[in-house]
Design a binder for this molecule. Structure first.
Ligand SMILES: [Zn+2]
Length: 133
């Protein structure tokens, strides 16, 4: 099986790339399965967190439209911090995700993220890029 289980679309803060174009590209590449894992980062000063309702609505449309051409999965990438795990558990119970990635982009709280004493493991630069667009 040819699949990708870590793809972001315009529902994530780090890209404006439309979901449908990602799907069309995957089909063109001959993929069997594609799982979107949109970013969701609680307690981080991000400009966009995944709009779950809009995301699931769009995914249902895309699943119908591309049925028989590619299998689409609804995933999420939760940016975990120790104090936000409870909130992610609640979100996980509310929505029928097929796949979940837990990532760790910040080692300290979001309030410290823009300060010199925080440790950025890579995501902050993406968030700042998006803010500057
Ligand atoms: Zn990711």
């Amino acid at each position: 099986m040819f699949a990708d289980y870590h793809v972001h679309s315009h529902f994530s803060e780090d890209t404006d790339f439309p979901m449908e174009l990602e799907i069309q590209k995957a089909i063109k590449l001959g993929m069997d399965e594609l799982c979107f894992t949109e970013h969701s980062d609680y307690d981080v000063p991000t400009v966009v967190n995944c709009d779950y309702d809009a995301y699931f609505e769009e995914m249902e449309k895309m699943k119908d439209k591309y049925k028989g051409q590619i299998t689409l999965k609804t995933g999420i990438e939760f940016g975990i911090q120790t104090h936000t795990t409870k909130a992610y558990e609640e979100t996980f119970r509310q929505y029928p995700f097929d796949f979940v990635i837990f990532s760790c982009c910040l080692l300290y709280t979001s309030d410290a993220a823009d300060e010199e004493d925080s440790v950025d493991l890579g995501c902050r630069s993406n968030i700042k890029k998006k803010k500057n667009i």
